[in-house]
Design a protein around this ligand. Structure first.
Ligand code: FES
Length: 169
């Protein structure tokens, strides 16, 4: 955490009057500043609001909208809504896990890429659907590994990890 972020967090806490009942509001604002809630910022919030660190950590980990891992530079979202699932969305997710060397819904990913699932992107007629760094990819050829790998490359995904290159997928 940079000194300027530390100072801005201190200002947020002062603006809330250092009140413990402002915890969720403060955590929201800190996440907007940092992109996630780091251990350092959680300690600063706990101290500033006069709350036990365990309580602040408990609230931060309870609500899904709070992120406790730094966001990766690149993100991939695979749709597992009904239409995409029926068209092979689960197989697409497995292929992406192998290709990127990450686990689905592990926010830390491989440090560069993270893969998450979403429930529906409103493009059911173009299933299965994938989003790579905000750009939607549709009609992914799940049953054709070579074509699928070409589509991954066109979408901007990196070369597959070494172990994935050896696996037939
Ligand atoms: S279910 Fe995937 S876009 Fe709707």
């Amino acid at each position: 955490m940079t000194p300027s972020i530390q100072e801005r967090i201190a200002r947020l806490i002062r603006q809330q009057g250092g009140r413990g009942d402002a915890l969720i509001e403060v955590l929201h604002q800190v996440q907007e500043l940092e992109g996630y809630l780091s251990p350092t910022s959680l300690r600063q919030v706990a101290k500033g609001l006069g709350l036990p660190l365990s309580r602040v950590q408990g609230v931060a980990s309870f609500y899904h909208l709070f992120r406790l891992e730094a966001p990766t530079p690149h993100r991939c979202a695979v749709c597992l809504g009904t239409a995409c699932f029926v068209k092979g969305g689960a197989d697409l997710a497995k292929a992406l896990e192998r290709y990127l060397g990450v686990r689905l819904d592990d926010a830390a990913g491989n440090g560069t890429w993270a893969l998450q699932h979403v429930s529906c992107l409103g493009a059911c007629g173009q299933a299965p659907v994938l989003v790579v760094d905000g750009a939607m990819q549709t009609h992914l050829p799940v049953d054709h590994p070579d074509a699928l790998q070409q589509r991954f490359a066109i979408a901007g995904l990196p070369e597959p990890v070494a172990s994935a290159a050896q696996e037939p997928w």
